[in-house]
Write a protein of this length. Structure first.
Length: 181
């Protein structure tokens, strides 16, 4: 158990958690694949804070900066671990099973997904993040608004514009294909 000074009490760490938990969680949630990963990394961040004797004596902005740096480091450790030990989702296995009833459908779907991914990469980072949060993580627009510190209405408009941009890119690609044919 970490050494605690006479000036630091467990209530101080509780207050630190209460004050910054949602901010650290929101930061991590915007960069992780699953809710559970964000929760785990948030807990790891605050466990590290419990081990730090000095954090309770610091001013609020310094505490938050330190917690964000620890959260960032935990996130990078997770990414490095996943690069060394990749996880294959069961959804992807259906694409490589030889008994697949329509292999040409799988190829077409993969091509369409690759094309969509290219379109998404052309979007500004905020729009990419918005699509990831909405469709990758399935978050409602109100929760996304909270994470991105914007209004729900602003998020809905941005989402609509983002989808419209993707449709325009798709339409342009169809026109280009027809012109080549």
């Amino acid at each position: 158990m970490p050494h605690q000074d006479k000036n630091t009490s467990p209530i101080d760490h509780d207050q630190l958690f209460d004050r910054y938990n949602s901010l650290i969680f929101a930061y991590l949630r915007s960069y992780t694949i699953s809710l559970e990963d964000a929760e785990d990394l948030t807990l790891e961040t605050f466990i590290t804070a419990l081990e730090s004797i000095d954090i309770i004596t610091w001013e609020g902005p310094r505490q938050l900066a330190w917690l964000r740096r620890v959260a960032h480091n935990k996130l990078m450790e997770r990414y490095r671990h996943l690069q060394r030990h990749p996880i294959l989702a069961l959804d992807h296995l259906t694409d490589i099973i030889p008994d697949s009833p329509h292999p040409e459908q799988i190829v077409l779907r993969n091509e369409e997904q690759a094309q969509l991914w290219l379109y998404i990469q052309r979007l500004p980072l905020l729009q990419q993040r918005l699509l990831l949060l909405r469709y990758g993580y399935g978050l409602p627009t109100l929760e996304i608004a909270t994470l991105l510190q914007k209004s729900d209405q602003a998020i809905r408009k941005l989402l609509s514009r983002t989808i419209c941009s993707l449709r325009i890119m798709y339409a342009h690609s169809l026109v280009e294909k027809e012109e080549r044919s």
